[in-house]
Design a protein around this ligand. Sequence first.
Ligand code: FAD
Length: 363
Amino acid sequence: MGGWVCCTGIISQNCINAFNIDSSLIQRNVNSARVYSPSGKQINLWRKENQAAIIDRGQFDKYMAERAQLAGAEYLFKKTVIDLTIESDHISVKTNSDDKRLEFKSRAAVIAVGFGSNLIKKLGLAPPADFVIGAQIEVGSDHISEIEVFTGNKVAPGFFAWLVPTLPHRGIAGLLSRKSPKEHLEKLLSLLESMGKINYNEGEITCRGITIKPLTKTYGQRFLVVGDAAGQVKPTTGGGIYFGLLSARIAARHLEKVLNEDNLSIKSMSSYQREWKKDLGQELKICYWGRKLFERLGDRNIDRIFDVTTANAIDRVLLEAEDISFDWHGKAILKFAREEAITKSIKVINIPFKFVKRGRFDD
Ligand SMILES: Cc1cc2nc3c(=O)[nH]c(=O)nc-3n(C[C@H](O)[C@H](O)[C@H](O)COP(=O)(O)OP(=O)(O)OC[C@H]3O[C@@H](n4cnc5c(N)ncnc54)[C@H](O)[C@@H]3O)c2cc1C
């Protein structure tokens, strides 16, 4: 714990404040992002105050573990959970390390195993309905001071790529893709080099799956599912640290209550899902819809959106809106979808106006 993690570590200022994240983990504060269209048009999103920070993601894991230890948690490292069996009065947790198998008995379990664990299936839950792959690499650069975002089918089909500053002379380049993320990232690195933005690559490209649609069921008798394992991730960007932390807080409060009441039945555990969905459900649905819409745009559509956005100062309107922030994208997506200039420019796409007008999805 504490080493390189396949995650860029961008979190909002709001996340830092809400979870009291120590400033020593921050490698860079940022208050602007430059977004490039497929043909190289630019939109600069800038606010006076810091909007986000790039944290040392490996150290962040270690720091959170230390906070948990101070609060009484005990960690067992280098043990993989290979099976969970739900009994009437406990959960049996089997672990594997080297040749040794151990079995623990627990009153409850929090399944926070990230993307792609077979424990989800073992617990009888349906796997995530949609996911993408994120790839990233550490790069050398003296020329980045803000978050840079690149769009277009040649860079990251249906998604986007990023270049962010971390420590002095260093940064991280990454992207999301449904297919061949490594190949796309290699092409991006050549492009960034030819643009003079980076001068060398450090280390290896690492890839990891990211769930972008939550599990239909994130609970069961005696257990809750949290974080990437549950799909509590922004479908727009694949960012999961903040929503994972928000959901973990809800899960912790819920568990405290049900353990005190000694009621870990399915029914009692189900209110965890109701609670996190109250805060994140609509946001995730709107963002997933926005994500799917974006995936259907061709390069010319994206370029046209850039033109219309700058010509109509839509970027300024969004930046001045207080209810739109680094973490919450649903309202921005709806504002975009309600802009006649935008809908006209991407008329090839069928926008469900009833939902856009109402601003919410019905279950
Ligand atoms: C390339 C890339 C860039 C990203 N950049 C950002 C970003 O800038 N900002 C952001 O907010 N999000 C980002 N994300 C997403 C972010 O990394 C995840 O949302 C976040 O790490 C989820 O945390 P988690 O604790 O749910 O899962 P994880 O961080 O995956 O942690 C799960 C842990 O469980 C352990 N585990 C798994 N199975 C078992 C088992 N059977 N037994 C024991 N232990 C087990 C794993 O070893 C791991 O330590 C990025 C993702 C990728 C792929």
